[in-house]
Write a protein that binds this ligand. Structure first.
Ligand SMILES: Nc1ncnc2c1ncn2[C@@H]1O[C@H](COP(=O)(O)OP(=O)(O)O)[C@@H](O)[C@H]1O
Ligand SMILES: [Mg+2]
Length: 223
């Protein structure tokens, strides 16, 4: 299996006042092409820190974070941004849609940032997440579930090798949460993207190929 993400001995410390918080302590693991892995563990165990490092929005203090061949720990800023835009799609707990852009424009954004346009691809994804009829609407006019389905389409539109989802159902009622999860799973299978999903909900983890269990900044089990 091709590794699309590899973490080797990754540590990340934060300062909280004059206290050092060890968010990650020597984490190593491999995400292979096309697989779905759930990262589980209690609040504060380091799930978001792990995803943020792979997303290239944070850097480790030690170790390597290799995403599709680029070590984000050592990459220059331009190389980091290019790697993120090309290889990574992100779904956040609180959707993070651009409020002044329509559904269709939000989904097209990752392509636009890469200097590309592909209206056919955008429309295809909108159809597959069931939002074709809402494409001219603004995020504020959508339900939470519809906003997250928009975010799922946006995360996949540029065919990233890695999709990161940080508590993607955390702001949704259970019915729309289940629908969003099913959709993410279906789309990543069709698209062949790997999905790394952080959650403290053990039932969500049941859908994954593997479960990485974290505690106090360390991986304590891989099941
Ligand atoms: N920017 C930051 N500044 C200070 N501490 C942080 C920061 N980000 C995360 N932490 C701390 O690092 C630890 C891991 O956080 P996080 O990765 O967000 O955990 P999780 O997503 O599993 O809830 C926690 O103790 C958290 O308070
Ligand atoms: Mg978190």
């Amino acid at each position: 299996m091709t590794a699309v993400t590899e973490l080797r001995g990754v540590s990340r410390r934060y300062l909280r006042g004059d206290e050092v918080v060890h968010a990650l302590r020597g984490v190593s693991f491999t995400l292979s092409a096309g697989e779905m892995v759930a990262v589980v563990g209690p609040s504060g165990c380091g799930k978001s820190t792990t995803l943020n490092l792979i997303a290239g929005v944070d850097r480790p203090d030690e170790g390597e974070v290799i995403v599709c061949g680029t070590d984000l720990a050592r990459a220059g800023e331009a190389e980091l941004v290019t790697a993120r835009r090309r290889h990574v799609g992100i779904v956040f707990q609180s959707f993070h849609l651009m409020p002044h852009l329509t559904v269709e424009e939000n989904v097209a954004l990752p392509l636009a940032l890469g200097g590309r346009r592909d209206a056919v691809r955008v429309l295809d994804l909108l159809r597959r997440v069931g939002l074709e009829g809402r494409r001219g609407h603004f995020p504020a006019e959508l339900s939470g579930g519809e906003q997250q389905r928009t975010a799922v389409a946006r995360a996949l539109v540029h065919r990233p090798a890695v999709v990161l989802a940080d508590e993607p159902t955390g702001s949704l009622d259970s019915a729309s949460g289940t629908a969003v999860l099913r959709l993410m799973d279906e789309l990543r299978r069709q698209e062949g993207s790997a999905l790394l999903l952080a959650t403290h909900d053990e039932t969500i983890a049941a859908a994954a190929d593997r479960v990485v269990r974290m505690c106090d900044g360390e991986i304590v089990a891989v099941l």
